[in-house]
Design a protein around this ligand. Sequence first.
Ligand code: TMP
Length: 390
Amino acid sequence: MSLGSMPLANDFLNEEQLNLPEESYSIDICFCTTCGLVQLDYVVPPERLFRNYAYLTGASEPLKTHFAALADEIYQHHHLSQGSFIVDIGSNDGTLLTNFQKMGMHVLGIEPAKNVAQLAISNGIDTVNDFFGLEVAKALVAQHGPAEVITATNVLAHVNDLSDFLNGIDCLMAADGIFVVEVPYLADLIANLEFDTIYHEHLSYFTLSSLNRLFTRFNLNITHASRINVHGGSLRIYGRKSVHRTSQLVDELLKSESDLKLDSLGTYLEFARNIVELDKEIRSLLKSLKASGANIVGYGAPAKGNVLLNYCQIGTDILDYIIDTTPFKQGRYTPGMHIPILPPQQFYENQPDFAFLLAWNYADDILQKETAYRHSGGKFIIPVPIPQVV
Ligand code: TMP
C-alpha cells in the first residue's frame, strides 16, 4: 500500500522555510510473506530524522502519567534495589527516567537528538547523545556494568538495523535483567484504521508474533505481554535472557493474532481499501461543514496529523490554524500543508465551531479537559476509524 510521497512528519517549518522546496519521500508499506513483519521499504537516513527532534514526551500530560505508572510496575514486580542500573533507549527528555531517579536508581538515557538530549541533561538526567547499537552497548558495559533494566518505549519501530540493536541489548543486559519494550500494536492500527501512524520514522509495525520471532534470534524470551492504551493502542512486552515462566497472556495474544489473520496478506489488502474510503469520508465531512459556514481548527499537531493532512490534502482552506501545547511547534507551520500552529490560548479566545482532533489518541483526556468548550457549543471531530462529530 502506498500513502504517496510526502514531507517528513516532524519537519515543522518556520516562516522563512515556507517558500523553500521541501524534501519529500514516498511511504510504501510492505508485508513480508516470510517473517510476517509489516515494514516500510524505504529508509530515510536516521541522522536526518533523529538528530534534531521536535517531539517531547513531557509535552503530553497523559504520557507523563503513563510513564510514571510504567516505572511503578517495573519497580513493584521486579524487586529492584536502590542503585539498580536502569537504561532507557530513546530516552527523549527523560520523562520515564525521572521516575526511576526519584526511586533512587542509577539512571542513564540514550538519545540521538542533540536538542532533546540537552534538555534531559538540563533536567538532571544523565544522557548519552547517540544512537543505540552494539558499539554503544559495549562502551556502556565497560563504564557502568550490565543493566538490570533496559527500557525502549516507542523506539524499536524506528530502528533500521534491528540486529545491531538487539545484539546491543544482549551485550548490555544483566543475565537476570529485563528488557521492557512498548511498540504501537499492528492489531490496533488495522482495527482502527490508524493509517496516519504510518510514516517515515516508523519502519516496522509489530505484532507479538513478529516480535517473538525476532527476539528468539537474539537470545531473548518474551515472558509477558499486555495491551496498553497509548498511541492508539500499543503492546508492552518483557523480555529476558533466562528461560523463565511465560505469562498466559503471551499465548492468548498470539492466538488472537492468528484469529485476526494478521499473518495473511488479504488482511492488509482490505486495510488498504478501507483507507481509500476513509480518506473520502474525512474530506467530504470537513468540506460540507466548511461549506455550511462553520469555522474549524486543528487540535494537536502530532507527527501523525501531518500524514493525515497531507494524505487527505487538508490545508488552510479547511483549517484556520492548529493549536498545540509544544512550545517548539508554536509559531511554525505544518510540513506540506503549511497550516500555522498556535498556542492553545488562541483556541480559547476564538471558540471555533469545530476542533478537528489530530491528536485523536488522547481523545478521552482532551474531551474531558475541554468540557467548557463543549458546553458552550464547541464540537470535536474525531477522524478515525470513522469520522465522527462529538
Ligand atoms: P503524540 O500523539 O505523538 O504524543 O503527539 C501529541 C501532540 O499533541 C503533541 O504535539 C502535544 C499535543 N497535545 C496538545 O496540544 N494538547 C493536549 O492536550 C495533548 C494531550 C497533546
